[in-house]
Design a protein around this ligand. Structure first.
Ligand code: URA
Length: 296
């Protein structure tokens, strides 16, 4: 696959530790390009708008394979423990249901629920977005802020998104030139597991209808599942024994959740510890971008 990357995207990829191929500039131009890239990163941090410059980019692309597999059995949950009618709620009702949810014990230890972040909804309608990013669960920072991915892993996620030409919504601030805000970020769990332990299956099952309704209302064109809990939650209905499949084996394919394409990648917190896999994560993002651009 070949992508046109501008200076900002190349700078973000360099920040992520992802090396991309591009034609070698002449030696004098190389020094200038390095200086501009460093300047670009500083400008982005300061909220400035870098200008665009095209460059060729080639990466090895994993094969995109549509999986068609029979549905697996859904986990058993007590539907009475959750607000009724989640599957018919509009966006504000869903937000209120999540905010007051007491369907599992996490409600006793959370500071607040974390519904997700994206464009502001108009009236009862959900924002319509191209991208839905699904992580695992709020951590300590997210529990306090009420917003997903605000810690170190969130900074890496933001850089990954910038490299894709995407920017999360931040209050009323307008997007930077050339970036799209057509993105909603959420988690499988809307409450923080104590001490950042892994979500347990009953908690995932109780929260699943909220994520399902978010997908139905947001109508994204692409879902990026980050980490094994997001992958398992979204694919449990279509990939048999998905819990037994290592995350690496779920990469490089395009799955489907409620008719929306799903691409699986590494969780940003894992990438902070495993720098060598950042290039693979970039391959996954390219697969998702490529799939989104492809005519249906
Ligand atoms: N990790 C996640 O999966 N989600 C967050 O919101 C923060 C860290």
């Amino acid at each position: 696959m070949s992508l046109d990357l501008d200076k900002r995207q190349r700078a973000m990829l360099r920040e992520m530790g992802v090396r991309v191929w591009q034609p070698l500039p002449a030696p004098a131009a190389l020094v200038q390009a390095e200086a501009e890239a460093a300047h670009t990163i500083n400008n982005i941090a300061a909220g400035a708008r870098p200008e665009r410059a095209a460059a060729r980019f080639d990466v090895e692309k994993p094969a995109a394979t549509a999986l068609r597999v029979p549905a697996a059995a859904a986990p058993q949950v007590d539907p009475l423990a959750r607000p009724q009618g989640v599957d018919r709620m509009d966006w504000p009702a869903l937000q209120a249901a999540v905010a007051t949810c007491r369907a599992c014990a996490l409600c006793d230890s959370r500071s607040q629920t974390v519904f997700g972040v994206g464009p502001v909804a108009a009236g009862a309608a959900a924002p319509q977005v191209d991208w839905l990013i699904v992580g695992e669960a709020p951590g300590e920072n997210e529990d306090l802020a009420g917003e997903p991915f605000v810690g170190q892993a969130g900074k890496l996620l933001d850089n990954m998104l910038l490299a894709m030409g995407l920017q999360r919504n931040q209050g009323e601030a307008p997007p930077q030139a050339g970036l799209s805000r057509s993105i909603f970020i959420t988690n499988v769990l809307k409450c923080r597991p104590p001490a950042n332990r892994n979500p347990d299956p009953a908690e995932v099952a109780q929260c699943e209808p909220y994520l399902q309704r978010q997908v139905e209302l947001l109508q994204p064109k692409m879902i990026l599942a980050l980490g094994k809990f997001a992958a398992q939650s979204l694919l449990q209905g279509s990939v048999p024994d998905v819990q037994k499949i290592p995350l690496g084996k779920l990469r490089g394919q395009v799955f489907s959740y409620l008719g929306v394409p799903v691409v699986v990648s590494y969780h940003p917190a894992y990438l902070l510890r495993s720098l060598g896999d950042k290039a693979k994560a970039w391959d996954d993002l390219c697969l998702a971008l490529d799939t989104l651009k492809r005519p249906a």
